[in-house]
Design a protein around this ligand. Sequence first.
Ligand code: PLP
Length: 464
Amino acid sequence: MSNAPKNQEGQAIWSQDKEHFIHPYTDYATFKEEGSHVISEGSGNYLTDADGNRYLDTIAGLWCTNIGHGRTEMADAIAEQVMKMEYCNPFGHSTNEPGSVLAAKLAELAPGDLNHVFYTCGGSTANDAAIRLVHFYNNQRGKPNKKKIISRMDAYHGSTYIAANLTGIHGTKYSFDRIADEWVEHISPANMYRRPVGAEDLSEDAFCDFLVAEFENRILQLGPDNVAAFIAEPVMGAGGVLVAPKGYHRRMRDICTQYDMLYIADEVVTAFGRLGHWFASEAVYDCVPDIIVSAKGISSGYIPLGAAIISSKVYDVISQPQCEGGLLSMGFTYSGHPVACAAALKNIEIIEREKLNENVQALTPYFYELANGLMDISVVGDVRGSHFMMAIEFVTDRRDKVSFPAEADISNRIYQHCLARGMIIRPLGNQIVLSPPLTLTQDDVERLFTVLRESILAAWNDIN
Ligand code: PLP
């Protein structure tokens, strides 16, 4: 089915896009025929396409437009900074005002002694920078063999070479080449719904013991002197919104401390209100990492920005002079870009002023009440998540958790039925993902689950 808009102007854009825009994570078998759905405008919690159809955006762009779309205040802050000074060199001893003020603000909001910010252009580059800094940290400490990073299957950490290697999602891991495999190890994800062999029938606590033991055994097997860090999303996002068993992150943190490893929390999705707090690590999971990686909600996607926020413990080592005239020789032309940092400062001001963290906390029980109500549909296998991150997984047999065959295309069918009813969701394999703007209202929640129920039933009806 073609995505071509009905009007001529929209069709021209659709066609230029199809011919020239290489879209990320896209199935080119269908793209070359169907092209893209052209989205033209955004306002509040809604998007409008090239034909003027309006959609409730239940995924905040791509887990990012936390304050909602089309904020004039954001446009003004960006324009003001462009007119004052659009860019200056961040290398060496030169800086800009928004970059410095934002670094101090992030240090204030982040837990523990995470007081130092290395800016990047997005989440992948922030993870990449974090790993380079961890390796450099160990070189500086005279531990050059301590290089391995333990990640988890089904994790998503981005699309630069090292971030893609850290990623454990099947297609990403196996269909492209990999570098630095000697640096990356994967352990089991904390997937309570689909547990690994040997852990199927364990209680939540016993499953947590199982995962922690697997982690510790892997460290011992690799040799603690070779293992530098553990990286984890507080709630795994693209891997299927997996919420770990109670106490998991805290215990993984303690094991890192025990073996002189660093704990990197990839909070690209979970920070800036998505879990009802500035950062989820400590506030939700009682875990103070050594490094927090952030992007997306930091600027609500109005302008690209990423940050690796680093503890004083790590900073004190990486900021030691290496030799006469030695440099911290990594960084980007756009590290601490003044316009992106001005946008992030305005975004934080809006989240504070409009009490959006509080809105997420207040709406969460209702959000899950209505979501759990979908369990009366037989193909809904699991409803899971935390705050404004949710996945709904579909099965043909709930007892044995049997997935739909790929040809059933269940989540794409649901997506199409939602579109026809004026709502955008995210299809993801046998699941759909919801990550709405933090500005969602109670009425939006009601609309969301009414449309979703109708769409799931319509998709199920198509298949039968
Ligand atoms: N880390 C996580 C947890 C993510 O979900 C993503 C993107 O979805 C990334 C890293 C990569 O961020 P970016 O796409 O900004 O490079």
